[in-house]
Write a protein that binds this ligand. Structure first.
Ligand code: FES
Length: 163
């Protein structure tokens, strides 16, 4: 008796099974792809615009660390400015800004990872290995009167938002 008459893989029933399996795969695959197409490709990153409190909630001379977005909001006599707390070397979060000392004659912050030092005034590098200054973000006012920091918009070091 030959192999096909014994009911092996090349028997009529075996070939029919392979045919049905292929048919089902060819139907289900595109159907799954079409279902996936219904869901947009969304980047699940934090939004770049961060709403904070009202301007009067921040005293002159204050420094507020916004932890989840890793930036500092400063208010000085000229206005508000937001400066990134992300080290430009390997993206560690820098320590809080401290006063001038004997080594650095102006307020500054240290990066705990490899020792970079940044100036509070404009984020510039006082000591490497960080290659470039900290980013400075645009500050504005939302329609409800609260401050908004947009971490996707960079501004010059001299930027101040005046209210
Ligand atoms: S990550 Fe800040 S100095 Fe390396």
């Amino acid at each position: 008796m030959s192999e096909s008459k014994k009911g092996g893989i090349f028997s009529r029933r075996g070939l029919l099974g392979i045919g049905w399996f292929s048919f089902i795969v060819s139907m289900v695959g595109p159907a799954l792809a079409n279902i996936r197409f219904l869901f947009p490709n969304v980047v699940y990153e934090p939004p770049s615009r961060v709403k904070l409190g009202k301007p009067e909630e921040y005293a002159r001379g204050s420094a507020t660390f916004v932890e989840d977005q890793r930036f500092y909001l400063f208010r000085d006599g000229e206005g508000f400015r937001a400066i990134s707390a992300v080290c430009t070397h390997l993206r560690c979060t820098i320590n809080s800004f401290g006063p001038a000392d004997a080594e650095y004659g102006e307020p500054h912050a240290h990066c705990p990872c490899h020792g970079s030092v940044f100036a509070q005034k404009d984020g510039r590098v006082l000591k490497g290995p960080a290659p470039v200054a900290l980013e400075i973000y645009e500050v504005g006012l939302a329609p409800d009167g609260r401050l908004v920091v947009d971490t996707a918009r960079r501004v010059d070091a001299g930027f101040r938002f005046r209210v």
